[in-house]
Design a protein around this ligand. Structure first.
Ligand SMILES: C[S@@+](CC[C@H](N)C(=O)[O-])C[C@H]1O[C@@H](n2cnc3c(N)ncnc32)[C@H](O)[C@@H]1O
Length: 250
């Protein structure tokens, strides 16, 4: 018990030091260096996010809504396309990301999946996807994007708009620690204290979002949301996750 508490506090201290160092590094970088550092960060994050893949299993066997010929899938905030392995075969894929610097990585990676038909990489904001028609997508998927949106509610409204009735969402998000146990209250305090720095380091990414609440309020039916608290000592700020699936009402 004493050892556990000691390790718990030590992890928080180490994470704080790492976060402050990252923040100082970020604020002293030039714009160009910041861009390069962002790309490096996203690429390294891709490896660290491999555990999320299992939660997109249902996507692989998804059928097009109304048996339309090809399944149209939109990934928002798709980074470098870590989730391609879980895309259904023969689907038509669209990506939307506010950052155009990731496009070459996305394109290069998708070329390794010959059964996927790559349609477009759209540079745009998930809160205003005016480039994409109403009721046009069979699936919209994402990993860690609501954490960075200015308004998750607006983003989810847009997701609902572009999906066909009966279309599916698959998502994962890191969040605020979910319950009121003493341990989680301490971790929530820690997340709140580091949130300002995280916004600078992570291009607007926040540690304190309760994205499950936003998703529950967004009107999807048959919603499943699984909370997972991981035990990675190097990621104390990011160990609280939700994974889920929902359907747009007909
Ligand atoms: C934390 S990274 C997640 C990386 C990636 N989804 C993955 O699975 O590995 C967040 C991504 O969402 C993108 N993003 C953040 N806010 C966005 C917004 N408002 N509209 C579109 N993309 C956004 C960022 O450019 C970044 O690529």
């Amino acid at each position: 018990m004493i050892v556990d508490n000691f390790v718990f506090i030590l992890n928080i201290i180490v994470a704080t030091m790492r976060h402050v160092t990252l923040w100082i590094r970020t604020i002293i970088l030039t714009r160009k260096q910041r861009e390069q550092s962002f790309i490096k960060g996203v690429l390294s994050m891709e490896d660290g996010l491999d555990f999320t893949m299992d939660y997109y299993d249902g996507l692989k066997t998804m059928r097009p809504v109304n048996n339309s010929s090809k399944l149209k899938l939109l990934e928002i905030g798709g980074g470098v396309g870590r989730l391609f392995a879980n895309y259904p075969d023969n689907c038509q894929c669209y990506a939307l990301n506010c950052n155009r610097l990731l496009e070459p990585y996305f394109r290069q990676n998708i070329s390794k999946y010959p059964t996927l038909e790559f349609m477009d990489y759209i540079v745009g904001d998930v809160e205003d996807m005016y480039h994409i028609g109403d009721n046009s997508m069979d699936a919209v998927i994402w990993c860690s994007v609501l954490c960075s949106a200015n308004s998750p509610t607006k983003a989810l409204k847009e997701v609902m708009r572009v999906l066909k009735p009966g279309g599916h969402i698959y998502f994962s998000e890191h969040c605020l620690y979910p319950d009121d146990s003493v341990k989680h209250l301490v971790l929530q305090y820690f997340q709140r204290s580091m949130n300002g720095m995280q916004r600078v380091i992570g291009n607007g990414c926040q540690l304190t979002r309760k994205s499950w609440v936003d998703i529950e309020r967004s009107g999807f039916r048959d919603l499943t949301i699984i909370h997972v608290v991981r035990d990675d000592p190097r990621a104390v700020l990011f160990n609280s996750w939700i994974f889920g699936h929902g359907v747009k009402p007909q």
